[in-house]
Design a binder for this molecule. Structure first.
Ligand code: ATP
Ligand code: MG
Length: 589
């Protein structure tokens, strides 16, 4: 089965069972301060899992491109990727465990013809707070699984959420494929990482709300959230034991083997795999409609890390020429049908890869020499101080993780804390937030976020009014403290323009206008002058938020109910973001 057949078969299976297909959302989440990238299919659906009505109804299916930076150190093993595609189905207060498990089982065993005997599942074992999920276990038994195929684990393995202190959460049941290896020990099971069991699909049952006092109450409206890894399923269907031997990686791997003229051996395998994987990830990140570029902060920093790590590994293989673009082109050709944004942005992708290559090439050799000098002065298990690590970062553009990798190869540690202290000293505008933000979860949908979100619409409207209709949104990011808005505009704004924009927004706030929401089709929304992204990702129906006289935008929400809730709007910064793109940061107080 090809990847495309698998994608279609999955979507069709659920569509036949009443689900509506939603297209993959951007890899870069809108208005979500908790993560840098979309890490799962549930991510763009957060407002709906929290209770908002989805325009397409209560049963959804999609194929979502995901990036998980937290798995970067696993890359090179058989099953972990930084970029992967997740196949997911959802019930928003509709069906629950019985149907969800039945769908999964039927899809795997009937559609994909995976023998039930090769499947193992895990369920929540219960603890002092909550009972075991016997309901899920008994459904699996009904499907024909033996008791020896069902494993019970506690919250550390079989529990999801809440994202913060409180909120929706619940047990899950994870589906594994038994790779057929001998058990590594007497208590080898799905939770073991020896490679006998590979997780293929997760079914999350959002059935409780965790309260402030730590207690759990059943949710009146329960949700199903599932996610299955495309690459892993394809591996199994192909009868392979690692994702690199599927059609998804064979072309780029072949090209790399050809260009490097180096044998793929036990020693080089890891490097080959990482280069191929990272090339695919950087191609998708650069190819996203949000058009981010390598930088020293947030998503741009992750992109830079992926590219620079790859450049160094290519050099380690002895490849002197810049073959990044050639490798990326293999990915572009392979995915352009399924992900048209790659085709649209192919020039941008290749330009950026070349630019970053040139930039890093200038300092890589001298930086590696300097690093070698620092590290050779140390013995195994000694620590490189933070000042020197910072020097490699600041002078030679070595991301700290990059230096850590160099050091690790020699068994040397790095004083990370010392590095960050130095970094902080040198730049307060640092890569704030790039740490610890990778775990997915329900976004902070607090009132403050909703207010800032509404303020973003007002700002967008005001900018277009003052600067003209050529202004359009290029990015948006909201934390609980501030909003950040990127928009197309060629020059620095004058103080008068900034003042006018802020006045206009504050005028809208003072008028305490209702924020109206309407569901409609993209065509109708466009006709009525709504702005926003008119691509298929929204499906046949979209939500249009209107602030009469100020703004009309297609958007998923959530928003304040009226502008009066916003308080006072202040622009704290206007700066260049990238060429032709300006960035405004603003607060509400
Ligand atoms: P694992 O324990 O193997 O890292 P996970 O518990 O992180 O998996 P989930 O968060 O439940 O996985 O994600 C749902 C599905 O997405 C998994 O069952 C798997 O098929 C796929 N998946 C998760 N992480 C990755 C990854 N890094 N690379 C490829 N596929 C992945
Ligand atoms: Mg994981």
């Amino acid at each position: 089965m090809t990847a495309q057949e698998l994608r279609r078969m999955y979507a069709e299976f659920f569509k036949e069972r009443g689900h509506k297909e939603i297209a993959s959302a951007s890899l870069l989440p809108d208005n979500d301060p908790t993560v840098l990238f979309t890490t799962a299919g549930m991510h763009p659906l957060v407002p709906y899992l929290l209770g908002e009505k989805h325009p397409l109804g209560s049963k959804l299916v999609n194929i979502q491109k995901c990036v998980r930076t937290c798995d970067i150190d696993e890359v090179g093993d058989d099953t972990h990727l930084t970029f992967f595609e997740m196949l997911g189905n959802w019930s928003l207060g509709d069906y629950f465990k019985e149907e969800a498990i039945s769908f999964s089982f039927e899809f795997l065993t009937s559609k994909l013809q995976i023998p039930a005997s090769k499947i193992a599942v895990t369920v929540f074992a219960g603890d002092e707070e909550l009972p075991a999920d016997e309901e899920a276990a008994s459904i699996w038994i009904k499907k024909g699984l033996g008791k020896n195929q069902i494993f019970y684990y506690g919250k550390e393995e079989n529990w999801w959420g809440p994202a913060g202190q409180t909120g929706p959460c619940g047990p899950d049941t994870e589906i594994f494929y038994d790779m057929g290896k001998e058990p590594c020990s007497s208590d080898c099971g799905p939770a073991c990482s020896c490679g006998k069991y590979v997780e293929i699909w997760n079914n999350v049952f959002m059935q409780y709300n965790k309260e402030r006092d730590g207690s759990y109450h059943p949710l009146p409206r329960k949700n199903i959230d599932t996610g299955m890894g495309l690459e892993r399923i394809l591996t199994i269907l192909d009868g392979k034991d690692n994702v690199y031997e599927t059609e998804l990686f064979i072309p780029v791997m072949d090209r790399l083997k050809f260009l490097s003229q180096i044998p793929y051996s036990k020693d080089t395998k890891g490097i080959f795999r990482i280069i191929c994987e990272h090339t695919r990830a950087m191609t998708f990140i650069l190819g996203d409609s949000k058009k981010i570029t390598p930088s020293n902060t947030e998503q741009g920093y992750i992109l830079r890390r992926l590219i620079r790590r790859t450049i160094r590994l290519l050099q380690k293989l002895g490849i002197k020429e810049n073959i990044l673009c050639e490798l990326s082109q293999v990915i572009l050709v392979q995915y352009r049908e399924s992900y048209p944004e790659l085709k649209e942005n192919s020039r941008f992708i290749l330009e950026q890869l070349n630019k970053e290559y040139e930039l890093f090439q200038k300092t890589l050799d001298s930086g590696l020499k300097k690093a070698e000098q620092y590290l050779s002065g140390l013995k195994k298990e000694e620590t490189l101080n933070g000042r020197l690590a910072f020097k490699l970062y600041d002078t030679f553009g070595f991301p700290i993780e990059f230096t850590m990798e160099l050091a690790k190869e020699k068994g040397i540690q790095i004083d990370i804390q010392g590095f960050y202290e130095k970094l902080k000293e040198h730049q307060d505008k640092s890569r704030k937030g790039a740490e610890g933000k990778f775990k997915g979860g329900l976004a902070d949908s607090s009132r403050q976020t909703a207010r800032l979100h509404t303020a973003t619409h007002l700002l967008n409207g005001a900018l277009r009014r003052i600067l003209g209709d050529s202004v359009y949104q290029r990015g948006s990011n909201i934390t609980s403290e501030r909003l950040r808005f990127d928009f197309s505009f060629e020059r620095k704004m004058t103080p008068e323009e900034l003042q006018k924009v802020a006045e206009l927004v504050n005028h809208a706030i003072a008028s305490n206008l209702d924020v109206l929401c309407e569901e409609t089709t993209p065509e109708k929304a466009r006709k009525e002058g709504a702005i926003g992204i008119f691509d298929s990702k929204y499906g046949e129906k979209v939500k249009v938020y209107t602030i009469p006289g100020y703004s009309k935008e297609i958007c998923g929400g959530p928003h304040a109910a009226a502008t009066g809730e916003l308080g006072h709007f202040t622009i704290i910064k206007e700066e260049a973001s990238s060429s032709g793109v300006r960035r405004i940061k603003a607060i509400l107080d």
